[in-house]
Design a protein around this ligand. Sequence first.
Ligand code: PBG
Length: 331
Amino acid sequence: MTAAYPALRLRRTRASAWSRSLHREIALSPADLIWPLFVTSGSGVEEPIASLPGVSRWCTAGIAARAREAAALGIPCVALFPNTPPGLRDPLGREALNPDNLMCRAVRAIRDAVGGDIGILTDVALDPYTSHGQDGLIDDAGYVLNDATSEVLVGQSLNQAAAGADIIAPSDMMDGRIGAIRSALEGADYHNVQIMSYAAKYASAFYGPFRDAVGSSGLLKGDKKTYQMDPGNAEEALREVALDLAEGADSVMVKPGLPYLDIVVRVKQRFEVPVFAYQVSGEYAMIEAAVAAGAADRDAMVLETLTSFKRAGCSGVLTYHAAHAARLLGA
Ligand code: PBG
């Protein structure tokens, strides 16, 4: 039941800042953010990424400093992605299994610097380690093999868990990998290591700057459409999520973010589980390009887009603007 105009004037509650604040349905906080960080080798190194203005790759000491900064800002978790030196990339992505690879070193550096005060999410997929830039092993025709890849992903996950990762986040879209990783983690007594599955990950045009950041863009031939989802599909996203939950995912992710908010809403309403979204590199770059063109106010755009993820039902958002947003939110 509701009154009609003029008894009802929806503008009444909007008339002053205190009232808007009182009636706000959801509020964004730094605790909703996950900050993706790119790791590079060397020491004392910061490498700005041209296609992601304002974002750099950091050596492991720099990553530890960013993690300390995140903790101080109230950001609960960082997500790590390595830029593996070209000489360590091969067709099988073997560097992913090296207990002393960049990713594992970064995890340990964060742990040494920040202890348990921050969550560390590690990406599971082979694209930062393969010489062909695909997320898995390929056959002679270049097709990404499912089951053989999944076996390597299990080894990669155990390697990251041993280094101290808190959340294993498979971003590769192989079938069956969540179940395989979960049973391997249980078998190795990593009972409290979480799995955040990139469950509904689309073959998107918004990943370009990320591929520059991890150094795979020059290597990748073709696309990832035989494993990542078709942007036209929504029912299929629900099937992907259902499978990953049944296989033991603790939370699921939708990716990219803003173009797929409808998927976030449907996943949340159907499954009532923790849902995360990844505001990906191309989304970040679009905002920064609009700002550089004088077409938009960065702070307002950052807060509005991140708020929309929460409104859609997300528990949290991976965003390259995490530290900036946390500062704006007055942490
Ligand atoms: C690959 C991976 C990608 C991203 C995260 N993990 C790119 C891809 O699938 O090619 C994209 C993130 C971004 O664009 O910010 N495993």
